[in-house]
Every structure is written in C-alpha cells, then in structure tokens.
Write a protein that binds this ligand. Structure first.
Ligand code: 8NA
Ligand code: MG
Ligand code: MG
Ligand code: MG
Length: 382
C-alpha cells in the first residue's frame, strides 16, 4: 500500500508539471483543433534533448513544495519570499499581469505583514485569478492525513497573492480535489457523481462559512502552522454534532445562491457528468476556461472526471494522458487548467501513468518526483 501512495504523490506533482509544460504551447489561444494538440503531443514524445519549459504555474508550485519541505510546515513569510525571489530570478515565466506588483512589495525590507500587498490588489478587492489554485497541489500532499489542514494551508498559501474570496476558495477546491483523488480506493470504480457530491459537501461549508462574512480578517500573520495545531482553535470545535448537521443542511439550501459560486459550478458539473455527450463549447460556456479561478478550477476537475471514460477524438488508452489533452482542448488558460487537471489525475492514477517521454521532455518533471518523495516522508513519517 505504501508504494502505491508514494506513486500517487509522484504522479500528482509530475503530471502537474506535464500539464503546465505541454499546455503552455496553447495558452491564450481560442479553442484548438484536437488534431493540432495531438500532433504537438506527438512532437513532445519525440523530443530528444531539448526541454519543454514550465511556466509560472510550476515555478510557484516548486516554491510551495520547497517551503513546506524546508520549514516542515506552512510559514507564510518563507513561502512569500520564495515566490518573490523566484520571480526576480526568472521573471519571464509568464506570470499574471498584476501578481508581479505583489512580488515587488514582498521584496521590500521593511514589510511588516506578508499578506498586506495581496490585500491591496485591485483597490482592496484582491485578485480572483487562478494563481493561488494553480500551485496548490503540494499542499494536498503535505497535509494528506488531515482534510482541515488541507483547507487551512491551501487558503493561506493562496492568500499570499490572492486575497479575493474567489481566488483562495478556488485553491481550496483544487486542493480538496487532489486530496480526494489521493484517497480513492483504486480497487473500486470511481463514482464520479459521488466524487462531486463529496466536494459539494465540503465547499458548502467553505462558501457557507463566508457568505456575507467579512473577508478582511485574513489569516494569522506570521504564525507558523505548527504553533496553531491546537484543537481549541478549530472554529467548529465547540459545536455539537447536531449543530453541525443543521449548519450543513442550511448551507445546502443555499447552494445555488450566487454567493456560493463554486457550489453552483459543481452542480452544473454533476449534470454534465450524467449526460451521454457534453460539447466542449458547453463546458467553456458554463464552467469556463479563463484566468479566473472560478472559471478554471471547475474545468480542471471536470476534465479529470470526464476522462475516466474514453473520449471519441482522443485516441489513447492512458486516462491520465487523455485528461491532460482534454484539459488543453478546452482552450483559454490551457497551461493552468491542464496543470490542475494533471495534479488531480496524477494523484489518482500514479506516476506509472505519466508517459515516460513526458518525464524526459518536460522541464522540472524529475524535480517534481523528488519534491513528492520529500512531501511523502513529511506526510507519512516514512
Ligand atoms: P493575477 O493575480 O495577476 O491575475 C491575473 C489577471 O486577472 C490580472 O492581471 C487582472 O487582469 C485579472 N484580475 C484578477 N483579479 C482581478 C480583480 N479583482 N479585478 C479585476 N481584474 C482582476 O495573476 P495569477 O497569478 O492569478 O495568474 C493567472 C494566470 O496568469 C495564470 O494562468 C498564469 O499562467 C498567467 N498567465 C495567463 C495567461 C492567459 O491565459 N491569458 C497568459 C500569461 C500568463
Ligand atoms: Mg502559466
Ligand atoms: Mg504560461
Ligand atoms: Mg496559465
């Protein structure tokens, strides 16, 4: 069992890298004809020596992973500094247009509060871009044993650059999807509807907790994750099971309200998964495919679930490969949707499903395996 889990940790980070590297070729394009994508994948498979470069998605995921590993937990200032220094070192990785102003401020020597630059983005609204979600997979690995910790660290890692509720909630949803994929028993067929229902149940609480609530409180600055593991700080710790139940029921009634936008998209996803045929145009129109977290995390999760079965115009038996190709074929923010879909698929299928030519061609794929092994040690104590 242990080697299976290790393989899934590796698969998660390696497939995330592959999705970014291969997806980057098609970024910003309108929907691409599937033949073009298949031809490009063919070309990648035949690469000899020359690497396919990763972009901001992987650059930032590497900082998330190395910070968690070096600090043996979440340390906001350490992670923020890694993001900013990495940007300074290689600024040409295709970063989002506004996040770079956060990086410059994070490099200021007299900065007191690492969340302050992010909080000030867009006149205090914070960024709703998918930059928090695209890099979150290592968090799901590190916090493997504890779903509350997955949510908490996912939110805080995102908030370093993405203070808008849609920005960090997208990171929470992506982290939960990776977490759930890791936990699936592969001896049983994965029930795609149940998978979405589980995410819905969790996101109703995430989005319900905050409905109408202030988002200006922010996380506990400078507090290391280790120093606040006390159960007493669990916000639901003093509630009875009954109270929790009624809270869930109330939240469930509100699921389709516009202040629970991720739940609304998960409901649409369920409808799509129950249909025999769903066109890519429907996915683009209703789930989205752009740089907003809300318009890309759902598309990534859908790509994974949709590609459990064969897809007519993608002639491969490898479901992980199919997932990444399908994610790219949705067009729009292709590298980011493919990296997020890849992380989920890799966490489910394991490293054996990542095509060896991709491991060879994609820059940083072998580093991803090393990060995964270190996170595996931290998460399991092995
Ligand atoms: P970000 O935080 O700079 O956000 C990206 C963009 O979203 C900003 O430049 C704004 O135009 C817009 N935006 C975000 N929040 C708001 C708001 N509250 N009000 C108005 N506009 C807003 O960057 P990020 O880290 O979220 O990165 C997101 C994407 O950018 C990733 O896909 C990444 O790969 C990169 N990127 C995307 C493309 C593309 O697909 N078009 C191209 C190059 C780079
Ligand atoms: Mg990118
Ligand atoms: Mg790019
Ligand atoms: Mg992108």
């Amino acid at each position: 069992v242990a080697h299976v889990l290790r393989s899934r940790f590796r698969g998660c980070l390696a497939a995330a890298v592959a999705g970014d590297c291969i997806g980057a070729e098609f970024e910003e394009g309108r929907s691409r004809p599937i033949d073009k994508i298949l031809a490009y994948v063919d070309h990648v498979n035949k690469q000899r020596g020359r690497e396919v470069a990763f972009t901001d998605d992987t650059a930032m995921a590497r900082s998330v992973a190395s910070s968690l590993i070096q600090c043996k937990g979440f340390d906001a200032r350490d992670m923020a500094t890694r993001f900013a220094k990495e940007y300074k070192r290689e600024s040409g990785r295709g970063y989002g247009g506004n996040v770079i102003t956060v990086f410059y401020r994070l490099l200021e020597e007299d900065l007191q509060d690492v969340f302050e630059p992010s909080r000030q983005q867009f006149d205090g609204r914070g960024s709703w871009g998918n930059g928090g979600a695209m890099r979150v997979a290592p968090v799901a690995l590190y916090a493997y044993g504890d779903v509350e910790k997955v949510k908490d660290i996912a939110k805080q890692t995102a908030m370093i650059t993405h203070f808008n509720r849609e920005g960090y909630n997208g990171a929470i949803l992506e982290a939960l999807a990776v977490h759930l994929a890791l936990k699936q028993n592969k001896d049983e067929d994965l029930n795609v509807i149940k998978f979405v229902d589980t995410l819905l149940e969790k996101m109703r609480i995430v989005e319900g907790d905050e409905a109408g609530g202030s988002q200006s409180e922010g996380p506990n600055i400078g507090q290391s994750e280790d120093s606040k593991t006390g159960q007493s700080e669990d916000p639901e710790g003093d509630q009875s099971e009954e109270e929790k139940g009624s809270k869930e029921a109330a939240a469930s009634k509100e699921a389709s309200l516009p202040n629970q936008p991720y739940c609304a998209k998960l409901e649409i996803m369920k409808e799509f998964l129950q249909k025999e045929n769903v066109s890519r145009q429907d996915v683009r129109d209703q789930l989205g495919n752009d740089i907003k977290a809300l318009n890309s995390v759902p598309a990534a999760i859908f790509s994974f679930l949709h590609c459990m079965r064969s897809v007519d115009d993608i002639p491969t038996d490898n479901a992980l490969e199919r997932t990444i190709i399908y994610a790219i074929s949705l067009g729009g923010d292709t590298d980011t949707i493919a990296t997020m879909a890849g992380a989920i698929a890799g966490a489910y299928y394991g490293i054996e499903y990542v095509p060896p030519p991709w491991m060879k061609a994609c820059e940083g794929a072998n580093d991803a395996v090393r990060f995964a092994d270190q996170l595996y040690c931290l998460a399991t104590g092995e």
